[in-house]
Design a protein around this ligand. Structure first.
Ligand code: ASN
Length: 623
C-alpha cells in the first residue's frame, strides 16, 4: 500500500518546520494546534458505485470538506499558508470556548478500505504513521469504517506504548457526501478534542460521546449512536461545550518515552460457545497453530461442565501453552467464579478476562503473544493485568464518597452544576500548586494521594493553562517533578503562552529536570526558527549552560534564526571562544550564510576576533 502524496509527512514537516516556508507565515496572535488525520476508509468517504452499493472513493474527502465552511476556513488558510497548494493543511474555524484553532493535515491511505477488509497489518501501519510524526503533531484523528473500528481502537491502545498525546478514532454511519451525514459532527468534534485536550489514550468519538477505545463495541449497524462502552462510562460528552471527565483518564505512570510495538501474533481467535457445540468443532478450533483464544462463555463465565470432551480439549490446549481467556457473551458485566460451571474453567488453567470486551481481549492476546521477550508466565500475568484501562482491576483506587469540592461549594453557597465544575477546576490546580511549592517529598506524596482520592486531575490546569508540572519544573525540584511524572502528569500540556514544562526547565537551565522530561517523551515545540532565535540569543550572551540545555532537549544547534544566523554566527560576532569551540563540531561546514550573505567566519573576521578566525580556518581545513 502506498501513501497518496497529499500532505505526506515530508510535506507536513516542510510546511511546519522548513525555514523557507515559515517566511510566508502570517503574523498572528491566534493560537494554533496541529492535528494529523489518518484517513483509512469507511462509510464517511463512501459513495454509491455502479452496482449501487457503497464503496470508498479516493481523493474525494478533502474536496468535500473544503465545501463546508464549518470544516475549513479558506480565508484563514490562504492568509496563513499562501495560495492553496497540494501541501497546505486544512483549517478548522475557531470553536467557541477552545483556546486553539485546529490546523489539520490529512493523509489518505491507498487503497481506502471498508473496515471489514482491514487486517493487523493495517493496524501496524496506522501505529507506525503515528509514531513517525508523533513530535510534529499535538494530536491524531483516525478516520475509519465503523464495522471493525473497535478492534482497531483496542489494538492501537496496546500497540502505542506510553502514549502521551490524544488519538481519536471516528467515522460515520452516513457518508459525508449526503445531507444527513453524521460524519461532519463526528469529525469536527474529534478534531477539536484531539487538538485542544491532552488525553493520553486511544479514544473513540461517536454520537457525541468520547469513549476509551478498548472499552467500545459496535452496538448498532444503523443507529447514529453506533458505539457503547458497556462496562465503563464515557470519558467525555459533547453538548454545548466539551465535558471531559478527567478522573476517568488512564495515564501511563512510568518515566518512559512513547514507542510502538507493532509485532502482533495472528494465531489468536474468538470461540463463542453454544449449547451442543460439537467436540470436533471445539477441538479443531483449539489445534495448532492457535496460541491464544478468547472463550466467550455463558453468563458470568460458565460452560457446560457436564461435557467431559470439551473439558479435555481445554486441558490439552492449556497444557500445550495456549492462553485461554474467559470473557462473557453478555453485553454487560464480567466473569466471576460464582457457579460450578465457571469455576471448572479456572481449575483447568483458563484465565479470567473479567470485564474486557471480546475485541479488547483478542487484540490484547495478539499484542501480548507478540512480545517475544516475555515468558509464557509473564504473558499470562499481563493478560490479567490492567494495561491500558481495558479491564476494571480490583486495585483501582476508589474515589472518596466525601467530595471535597462539594463541601467547599456548600460553604460558599454554590449549587448549580456549572458553578460546581468551575469551582473544581479552580480549586484542584490551586491546591496542587500549593503542594508543589510548600512540600518536601513525603509531604508531597501524602497531599497528592489525598487530592487524587478527592477526584483531582493531577494534570489539571489553572486559568493560564499551567499544570503543577510547569510549576515544579520552574521551581527546580527534580524529586517532585519525578513524582508527578510517575503519577502520570502530562508533559505535553502547553500553557496560554505555548510553554510546556520542558520550556520551564530550559528557562531555568535545570539539566536534571530536562533529562527527566525527555525520558518521559517530552520534546521541543514551536517553530524551529523560534528555537533558532533562542539559540542565537544564548550564544550572544555567552551562555554555555543555555546552549547545553537546548542540546539536552534535542534541539538542532545549527538551527538558524529568521535572519539566517546560527548560534555560531553570534558566538563569532561576540567573541565567545569557548562557545565557538563547543558549536563547531555540530556544523558540517562553515558555509551557512545569513540573509546578508555572511558566514560565521565573516562575522569573526569583521569583529576582529582573530583567535576565533584561526579556530575556524583550522576547522575548514579539516572538513
Ligand atoms: N462497512 C463500513 C465500514 O466499516 C461501515 C461504516 O463505516 N459505517 O467500513
Amino acid at each position: 500500500m502506498e501513501f497518496v502524496n497529499r500532505n505526506s509527512t515530508n510535506s507536513i514537516r516542510s510546511t511546519l518546520k522548513s525555514n523557507k516556508s515559515e517566511s510566508i507565515l502570517m503574523k498572528t496572535d491566534t493560537k494554533e494546534t496541529q492535528v494529523r488525520v489518518i484517513y483509512t476508509g469507511g462509510t464517511i468517504g463512501m459513495m454509491r458505485n455502479k452496482r449501487n452499493v457503497l464503496a470508498p472513493i479516493p481523493n474525494a474527502l478533502v474536496k468535500q470538506i473544503c465545501k463546508y465552511p464549518n470544516m475549513h476556513d479558506q480565508e484563514y488558510a490562504e492568509k496563513r499558508f499562501g495560495m492553496s497548494t497540494a501541501t497546505t493543511p486544512l483549517v478548522l474555524p475557531h470553536a467557541d470556548g477552545e483556546l486553539r484553532r485546529v490546523i489539520y493535515h490529512i493523509t489518505e491511505y491507498d487503497p481506502l478500505l471498508d473496515s471489514s477488509n482491514m487486517t493487523m497489518l493495517d493496524w501496524a501501519r496506522i501505529a507506525k504513521d503515528i509514531y513517525q510524526s508523533y513530535e510534529t503533531f499535538d494530536g491524531f484523528v483516525v478516520l475509519h469504517g465503523t464495522d471493525t473500528l473497535s478492534y482497531t481502537a483496542s489494538a492501537l491502545s496496546f500497540m502505542l506504548e506510553n502514549l502521551g498525546k490524544t488519538v481519536i478514532i471516528t467515522g460515520s454511519q452516513i457518508p459525508i457526501f449526503e445531507t444527513r451525514t453524521d460524519g461532519t459532527d463526528n469529525f469536527i468534534s474529534a478534531l477539536i478534542i484531539a487538538g485542544n485536550y491532552v488525553l493520553p489514550e486511544v479514544c473513540v468519538f461517536f454520537g457525541n460521546k468520547l469513549f476509551r477505545g478498548n472499552r467500545t463495541v459496535k452496538i448498532s449497524s444503523n443507529a447514529l449512536d453506533a458505539f457503547e462502552s458497556p462496562n465503563s462510562p464515557p470519558l467525555g460528552r459533547i453538548g454545548v461545550s466539551v465535558a471531559i471527565d478527567y478522573r476517568l483518564i488512564f495515564r501511563p505512570c512510568s518515566v518512559s518515552r512513547f514507542t510502538v510495538h507493532s509485532e502482533l501474533d495472528e494465531n489468536v481467535g474468538i470461540l463463542r460457545i453454544f449449547p451442543s457445540i460439537s467436540r470436533s468443532t471445539f477441538q479443531a478450533f483449539l489445534s495448532p497453530p492457535l496460541k491464544g483464544v478468547v472463550l466467550q462463555s455463558f453468563g458470568s463465565g460458565n460452560i457446560p461442565s457436564n461435557r467431559q470432551d470439551i473439558l479435555d480439549a481445554i486441558k490439552t490446549a492449556v497444557d500445550r501453552g495456549v492462553i485461554i481467556i474467559n470473557c462473557t457473551q453478555c453485553a454487560n458485566g464480567s466473569v466471576a467464579e460464582i457457579y460450578d460451571t465457571g469455576k471448572i474453567l479456572f481449575d483447568l488453567g483458563v484465565l479470567s478476562g473479567f470485564d474486557m470486551t471480546p475485541e479488547a481481549a483478542l487484540t490484547k492476546l495478539s499484542y501480548v503473544l507478540g512480545k517475544a521477550e516475555w515468558s509464557l508466565e509473564e504473558k499470562k500475568q499481563m493478560m490479567q493485568s490492567n494495561l491500558r484501562g481495558e479491564l476494571t482491576s480490583p486495585t483501582d483506587p476508589s474515589i472518596e464518597e466525601f467530595h471535597l469540592v462539594e463541601a467547599v461549594a456548600k460553604s460558599l453557597q454554590i449549587f448549580s452544576a456549572r458553578d460546581l465544575e468551575q469551582l473544581e477546576a479552580t480549586l484542584f490546580p490551586a491546591m496542587l500548586a500549593n503542594a508543589v511549592i510548600t512540600s518536601d517529598i513525603p509531604n508531597f506524596s501524602f497531599k497528592l494521594n489525598n487530592l487524587k482520592s478527592y477526584g483531582a486531575d493531577l494534570s489539571g490546569t489553572n486559568q493560564d493553562h499551567r499544570t503543577a508540572l510547569h510549576l515544579a519544573c520552574h521551581n527546580g525540584n527534580a524529586e517532585i517533578v519525578n513524582y508527578l511524572l510517575l503519577n502520570g502528569v502530562s508533559v505535553h500540556i502547553r500553557d496560554r503562552y505555548d510553554r510546556t514544562p520542558l520550556h520551564e526547565a530550559i528557562t531555568t537551565d535545570n539539566h536534571e529536570i530536562i533529562q527527566l522530561l525527555i525520558n518521559c517523551g517530552a520534546h521541543l515545540t514551536g517553530s524551529s526558527r523560534g528555537i533558532g532565535e533562542k539559540l542565537c540569543a544564548a550564544a550572544a550572551r555567552g551562555s554555555m549552560k543555555r546552549l547545553k540545555s537546548y542540546q539536552l532537549a534535542g534541539a538542532d544547534l545549527t538551527q538558524p534564526d529568521p535572519s539566517g544566523r546560527t548560534a555560531l554566527h553570534l558566538a563569532a560576532l561576540h567573541g565567545h571562544e569557548d562557545i565557538v569551540r563547543f558549536l563547531l563540531p555540530f556544523h558540517e561546514n562553515l558555509e551557512e550564510t545569513d540573509l546578508l550573505g555572511l558566514t560565521p567566519l565573516d562575522y569573526a573576521t569583521r569583529a576582529k576576533h582573530f583567535t576565533i578566525v584561526n579556530l575556524m580556518n583550522d576547522f575548514i581545513s579539516i572538513t
